[in-house]
Design a protein around this ligand. Structure first.
Ligand SMILES: NC(=O)c1ccc[n+]([C@@H]2O[C@H](COP(=O)([O-])OP(=O)(O)OC[C@H]3O[C@@H](n4cnc5c(N)ncnc54)[C@H](OP(=O)(O)O)[C@@H]3O)[C@@H](O)[C@H]2O)c1
Length: 235
């Protein structure tokens, strides 16, 4: 029986790299994100079973409908990799606006809870896995990450810990994954966008996908609670 992995943020960056690596390892992958075309591009690099479900993770009804569709199609759901996220260049107390603050929290924090909540019955049935793509900023304080991003990502640690505390008895295992800088489009949201030379010293999406694959491949009696992945400057 092929295991089924649902990835949010699957149209680019780390989500796309995870989709490709998990599919190569034999997982059926369900791809979600807002841009249908980006999901198609991800699927085009995969030789295996994929299902594309474009959605906005802030839309609770869409998330529930997507979960229902996955289960209707495959009869199971074994893992989530939650990579959908956002930041904003206007991120400090002297330039942020509260609407944007709330939206960053809606995507980075509330939507993670929404997707896990929708999938929890299936994850219980499958002794499932949840990999929450958080950040260095969710692991240690980083002033440059911004008010909303820091608040939303650091709260993910509590989301993962409460999930593990409450659901271990059902076999559910969650990982708080905290990468440092990764060379993806995400960096375009910084107030000062890193150039190509700076990006060469960062992690790649494939580096993170390899780490996620390690979690996905772990046996059912092993839980990886937290992982911090750091780039080391190339020499
Ligand atoms: N790059 C870094 O340095 C870095 C470091 C640590 C952690 N992270 C985290 O890693 C995760 C993945 O980021 P990435 O670096 O791979 O960048 P990315 O390529 O920009 O990926 C972010 C993904 O989130 C999706 N997304 C954003 N808002 C969404 C929404 N409302 N509904 C559904 N999907 C949404 C985007 O797809 P659509 O636009 O198509 O919706 C996009 O595919 C993020 O959570 C980010 O916070 C990034």
């Amino acid at each position: 029986m092929q295991r089924v992995l649902w990835i949010t943020g699957a149209g680019s960056g780390m989500g796309r790299a995870v989709a490709r690596s998990a599919a190569a390892a034999g997982w059926t992958v369900v791809l979600s994100g807002r841009r249908a075309e980006a999901l198609r591009d991800t699927a085009s690099g995969i030789d295996g079973t994929t299902l594309q479900i474009p959605l906005d993770v802030r839309d609770r009804d869409a998330v529930r409908a997507a979960r229902d569709r996955v289960v209707a199609e495959f009869g199971r759901l074994d893992a989530l990799v939650l990579a959908a996220g956002r930041n904003t260049p206007q991120r400090q107390w002297d330039d942020q606006d509260v609407d944007t603050f709330q939206d960053v929290v809606a995507v980075n924090l509330n939507a993670v809870v929404t997707v896990v909540d929708a999938a929890l019955p299936d994850l219980r049935a499958s002794s499932g896995l949840v990999v929450v793509v958080s950040s260095y900023a969710g692991w240690a304080f980083h002033p440059n990450a911004g008010v909303a991003y820091s608040a939303s990502k650091s709260a993910l640690s509590s989301v993962v810990r409460t999930l593990n505390a409450g659901e271990a008895a059902h076999g559910v295992r969650a990982t708080h994954l905290c990468p440092g800088d990764v060379a993806t489009d995400f960096l375009d949201q910084r107030p000062v966008v890193p150039d190509a030379a700076a990006r060469e010293h960062m992690l790649t999406p494939d580096d993170v996908a390899r780490t996620v694959q390690f979690v996905l491949d772990s046996p059912a009696h092993v839980r990886i609670d937290e992982l911090v992945v750091s780039p080391v400057p190339r020499r």
